[in-house]
Ligand binder design. Structure first.
Ligand code: CO
Length: 210
């Protein structure tokens, strides 16, 4: 059996299992979605958003990219954010990094990754601004994981700099933004930072005419 056939076989088995539990499962799901969570995570194949928090189809709106970045010129991320926050009215945004992130590791080297340099540059800037804190750690693995944590904090900060989040905070006091790190070695999540509508926004990033 080739790889594609195997995927289709697994899909059929999964679909019939779901139907076995509830004959209306797919027809109900097909009607609409109202997820409570937006997940922004890394594309890494070892960090499957739904699985690690036991979320079922319909519960999680998902955006994943290399190293879970929130880049203010990324039309893809911003569209997902706007749709999730303004239209789906999610109550929570989870920004989740993970230990041993390959994107973070790559950004901490001098290697040239051509097109990827443009993306990794966002991480290099985070590293640059926190280099004293990061470089104070000797162990290479610990160093990367410190950067993973700092990156989560910075990306949560990037989220609250958007008019989308600020307007939602003003209008409906949601979403709550959760910054987490998924520990690859244990399968466990750790909370790093949390921001809500009462959180302070650095003055120059605060919009007053929402
Ligand atoms: Co990663």
């Amino acid at each position: 059996m080739n790889e594609k056939d195997k995927l289709f076989l697994c899909n059929r088995a999964w679909a019939s299992e779901k139907l076995g539990q509830d004959p209306e499962y797919f027809s109900d799901l097909a009607k609409d979605q109202s997820p409570a969570y937006l997940w922004i995570g890394c594309s890494d194949s070892r960090v499957p958003a739904n699985e690690i928090i036991g979320a079922q189809p319909g519960e999680l709106f998902v955006h994943r990219n290399i190293a879970n970045l929130v880049v203010h010129t990324d039309l893809n991320l911003l569209s997902v954010l706007e749709y999730a926050v303004t239209h789906l009215k999610v109550k929570h945004i989870i920004l989740c990094g993970h230990t041993g992130c390959g994107g973070v590791k790559a950004a901490m080297t001098h290697s040239n990754f051509d097109l990827l340099n443009k993306w990794l540059r966002n991480l290099k800037d985070v590293y640059y601004h926190h280099q004293h804190e990061v470089n104070a750690i000797e162990d290479e693995t610990e160093k990367v994981n410190k950067m993973v944590e700092i990156n989560v904090i910075e990306q949560v900060n990037n989220l609250i700099k958007t008019s989308v989040v600020q307007r939602a905070w003003q209008n409906r006091q949601y979403p709550i933004i959760h910054g987490w790190v998924y520990e690859m070695e244990t399968g466990l999540l750790k909370s790093v930072v949390e921001k809500d509508h009462t959180s302070e926004i650095e003055d120059i990033y605060r919009f007053t005419d929402l």
